[in-house]
Design a binder for this molecule. Structure first.
Ligand SMILES: NC(=O)c1ccc[n+]([C@@H]2O[C@H](COP(=O)([O-])OP(=O)(O)OC[C@H]3O[C@@H](n4cnc5c(N)ncnc54)[C@H](OP(=O)(O)O)[C@@H]3O)[C@@H](O)[C@H]2O)c1
Length: 311
């Protein structure tokens, strides 16, 4: 059982999800949190990972370290995505097992489900069809991580769980023009208009594609909740179960960060729309008593407050 004094290692504590897990653990009174930055511990190095766990002996592990990016970088740097993710997760999961860490949360992602799968997406649709080509290298690595957790549970009786969050946003997000996801990219574009007092917001595609987003504090909450919860499945979707069009998100973000403006949304139809709809079925998480609690508008405000500190 996890207690306030349990030694908990959060891998990837500087990232969007990892930093939120550390914040949430501290808020909840956990006082023995272990972290290590990339320059001290490169998680692609098998020996270093093993020795770190052997020396520090954490009992619980959250794997929020990964190579993550948007559609452009996923498509352009497939070798980096598959190599880094396979290495990081393999080193952590196997070394966790060797060092008797029985409880671990591994982060998968909603983008590893098949490209054309039925909506809302159930956990059982995993590997039911062809992957989205632009991120197949990343997805194959993640699926290997999920299978690794399942296999260790089956063969060694470990308690390794994989959470599958939908598009996540919040403080510490990545706003790099080449590397960000659609939601932080929208926040940055609208902020730029505000600073320059401009009114034309250009977005990719026709704006009709529907997507689901979740605030990162909800993902962190789910990670801690399911670390403690006894469940029989090893994969569980984490989302709000609600989706809106990209156009709706643009309007909501405009009304939150650039209110009373006359922003006009211009659709760049030369750019792809992506899959028409992507939303998770979250009934399994609900069945175990977990639901996302943060409201969208309030979460945008908290995210934007953090964003303006950096930009
Ligand atoms: N963001 C989303 O929308 C989303 C949605 C679903 C699932 N997820 C999953 O959630 C997890 C975390 O994603 P995130 O958005 O929080 O990513 P992120 O912000 O990019 O954070 C990833 C962290 O991993 C660290 N890292 C990368 N390579 C490393 C290495 N070789 N050694 C040590 N540390 C390394 C990074 O350190 P540096 O900062 O030093 O590079 C960074 O702190 C991922 O597994 C991702 O698939 C994310």
């Amino acid at each position: 059982m996890i207690s306030k004094n349990s030694k908990i290692y959060v891998a990837g504590h500087n990232g969007l999800v990892g930093s939120a897990i550390v914040r949430k653990l501290k808020q909840k009174g956990y006082n023995n949190i272990l972290t290590a930055s990339k320059n001290k511990l490169d998680l692609t190095n098998q020996n270093k990972v093993f020795n770190f766990l052997k020396k520090n002996k954490p009992k619980f592990l959250f794997i929020a370290a990964a190579k993550v990016g948007g559609i452009l970088s996923n498509n352009k740097y497939k070798a980096d995505f598959i190599y880094n993710n396979l290495s990081i997760q393999t080193n952590l999961i196997h070394s966790a097992y060797l060092n008797k860490i029985n409880n671990l949360i591994f982060l998968g992602s909603s983008c590893v489900y098949p490209r054309n799968c039925k909506q809302p997406i159930k956990e059982e649709y995993l590997m039911n069809g062809k992957l989205e080509e632009t991120n197949d290298a990343y997805a194959v690595a993640k699926i290997a991580g999920l299978k690794m957790c399942e296999s260790y549970n089956q063969q060694y009786g470990t308690n390794y769980k994989c959470l599958m969050p939908t598009n996540t946003f919040g403080p510490n997000d990545n706003y790099d023009d080449m590397n960000s996801h659609f939601f932080p990219a929208l926040i940055k574009k609208i902020h730029k208009l505000k600073v320059k007092k401009k009114y034309n917001l250009k977005i990719w595609g026709n704006g009709k594609a529907k997507r689901e987003v979740i605030y990162v504090d909800d993902v962190a909450d789910a990670c801690i909740y399911f670390m403690k919860k006894k469940i029989k499945e090893s994969i569980i979707n984490i989302g709000t179960g609600k989706d809106y069009t990209i156009k709706d998100y643009a309007k909501i973000i405009i009304s939150e960060i650039y209110p009373d403006s006359k922003v006009k949304i211009i659709f760049d139809n030369s750019k792809p729309n992506g899959t028409p709809r992507k939303v998770l079925n979250v009934s399994l998480a609900k069945k175990y008593g977990w639901v996302a609690k943060n409201k969208l508008r309030n979460s945008i405000q908290k995210t934007y407050k953090d964003f303006v500190k950096i930009f």
